[in-house]
Design a protein around this ligand. Sequence first.
Ligand code: B3K
Ligand code: ZN
Length: 887
Amino acid sequence: MSEMQATYLKDYLPPAYRVTHTELTFDLSPSATRVKARLHVERHPDREPDDAETSLPLELAGEQVKLISIAVDGRTLEAGEFEVGDDKLIVSTVPERFLLDTEVEIDPDANTALEGLYRSNGMFCTQCEPEGFRRITFYPDRPDVMATFSTTLIGDRDSLPVLLSNGNPVEQGELPNGRHFVTWEDPHPKPSYLFALVAGSLEKVEDHHTTTSGHEVLLQIWVEAENLDKTEHAMASLKRSMEWDEETYGREYDLDRFMIVAVNDFNMGAMENKGLNIFNSAAVLTHPQTANDATFQRVESIVAHEYFHNWSGNRVTCRDWFQLSLKEGFTVFRDQTFSADANSAPVKRIEDVSFFRTAQFAEDAGPTAHPIRPDHYIEISNFYTLTIYEKGAEVVRMLRHLLGWEDFRRGSDLYFERFDGQAVTIEDFVTCMAEVSGLDLDQFMRWYSQAGTPEIDAHGEYDYATGNYHLRLSQRTPATPGQTEKLPLHIPVRLGLVGTKSGHDLTLTLNGDNGPEKLGKDGVLHLRQAEQTFVFTDVEEAPVPSLLRGFSAPVKLRYPYSREELAFLLTHDSDGFNRWDAGQRLTLLALDDLIAAHRNGVEKVMDSRLIEAYRSLLNEPGDDKAVLAEMLTLPSEAYIAEQQPVVDVDAIHAAREFVRQSLAWQLRDDFLAVYRDNLSDEPYAPTPEQIAQRRLKNVALAYLMSIENDEAVSLTQHQLEQSANMTDVRAALTLLAHSDRTDLAEPALKAFGEKWAHDPLVMDQWFTIQVTRPQADVLERVRFLMGHPLFSMKNPNKVRALIGAFAQNRINFHRLDGEGYKLLADVVIELNRLNPEIAARIITPLTRWQRFDEQRQALMKAELERIRAEKLSPNVFEMVERALADA
Ligand code: B3K
Ligand code: ZN
């Protein structure tokens, strides 16, 4: 089958023809939209016919578009002069330079894949990245074809009063039969994946931003009328992002207006279309009463991310989709830094890393592991992954560490200047970094081609006689599918040596190739070899090494720390991130013992050192409440599972609960005090201080509720009833719903569901709270809620809120009767038909079967086989094939 064929990076060729200007006219109608395209086409100078070719035919991509007419330079082509297949149109002979006119018909209402042009709540909208434009019209739908666009939208004036596209509006007017039109012009050449249109009954809020150089930009957020009061935070975030990118990267916005539109049905978070960002409503709408703090922060970072793409993605784009991380890795790095600057920097890092080490490490260790720049794919939509995005960002962060900020910024300036308006490769980016810094980054490039998580083993030895400290580091990357040979990587290891007597960072003098090298108190080692020993001289006292500070490289680092050393780092490490990590390591050691005890059926005993460590945290809280809240948060079941050779779902759950409850029993009064001290009657604001305070308070409440005494229950009930913000309401409702007090939980859930039935984003939270309960009857509840009138398999947010969330409910999803797996497989089969992109994402937990015991492995594989027997989309086909490849 042709669509199951793989595309290879090594086969890349420039396009035979390029388009310099694209004129589009949309006559919008729900099930029969007409699209006229006039393309200004010319031969690509870089592409000569090779020996096998006599001429270069014009090949355009097109899927699910019905051709009405085609003409070259005004002459209608006759049958025989062109060929239309399932996914392309070929014109065998064309001039060097010509105008191509086509007219096609498409059916937005039949589009449940949400790629191309579709309708959401009656509103027309588009999603073209990566290959959706070919569902709109025949086009060389590849990112290295960049054209200016002129787009005319025609629609019914009453039902579609607002007609938006990229760039600036240049003309509008009335047409017969109650229709009207608007023409938009985008002067910046762009690939088709950045095209967008929106048409519907929308309202807007407006603001302005004046750039550093004095350019006035109109900012608009377009929403359905009932959501007008939920745009303030996104607008504020947008303005801060614009300022930040000017200050930090010297990048200004380049059009007269910047628009954001919120739509309810959207596969991803948002999309950076030039001048017209389209957002999943869940990634843009906030209100204190409907969104919690985490959502406020997510909105801030996604608004920033999409805005930052205007330079890292749009002005300089990718040559081909193998280079996806060029724009995504860099842009994620940029949004992470922006959020760190706007909030608590160590906490932002802790949150990002704890997610990364859980989810990306799992991806890197599973059957779908791939390099940041993959070398082949069947369906590119499957490669919008944590590896491309988050590991891509870690690699950019390593460059920043290796170069230092000033050189990194110079490299970024050079990159934007040299490649403005072009479609380029990852080498182009890294070359700029090497050029400005003089650093040799050849070995570093392996990060882009080698999959898998490198493992570093570290050993340290202090010589009391000489005052030398030897640090031996060895690295190895485990084999990944299709890649058995791994080479050593160039890894920046940031470190400090913390004196055991003083508790302070010691001065680092590295015995380098050219004599002693002063690294200050916090240095970066360049690990390049499989095994390397670093010698520090003049180390005044025996140290505990604080390694990989700030998670300076996306690796697993093992060091044989004793519990005493970890407890020492927990209080003394000057690096906030490593202080937190020491706590995590200490907790994991205690959990290991408890998991073993659970397996062996012996009585669980809580490690008193852990209790003491927590007690000191609670008693000497420091001044960063956000960090404290993170330090008091136990590693998730998913992260604990990552540490186990064979995941024992039940033992992990039991051990973690045991730790939670033991801490709660032992430190009950301290948690109670933290809870009380952090109550506040200030009006809600999404400020870092308030967010930290609420977080800390709710972490304390969660501990108290784990032992469910009357006092905790009544505090929770009181919080649920009295709070005016969703952060506190949701936290309380979740605690109640996840407790055994069903007598209280059920009425509370019912009341919440009735109160918020009109708000889809709140109802998503209501679904999630119910299906993440630890109680054993949850699967039945999932099935029941799938029949709820407000649930829809066609809405990706609902699918994620109900099915996606259930699949994260580890003890219940991994039930030993296999019913959890069966439920997910049923959903995948249904979504495979409706929305292949979402189907291929939601299937992920099933692809990780290798990690579990034999019984569960068999059950999971059986479900994958059942899916494989269906007529599959390329998306799901590729995932299932990879998952079963070594079964
Ligand atoms: N660039 C988009 C990705 C959309 C892909 C959907 N198949 C979102 C982002 O990274 O900003
Ligand atoms: Zn992005």
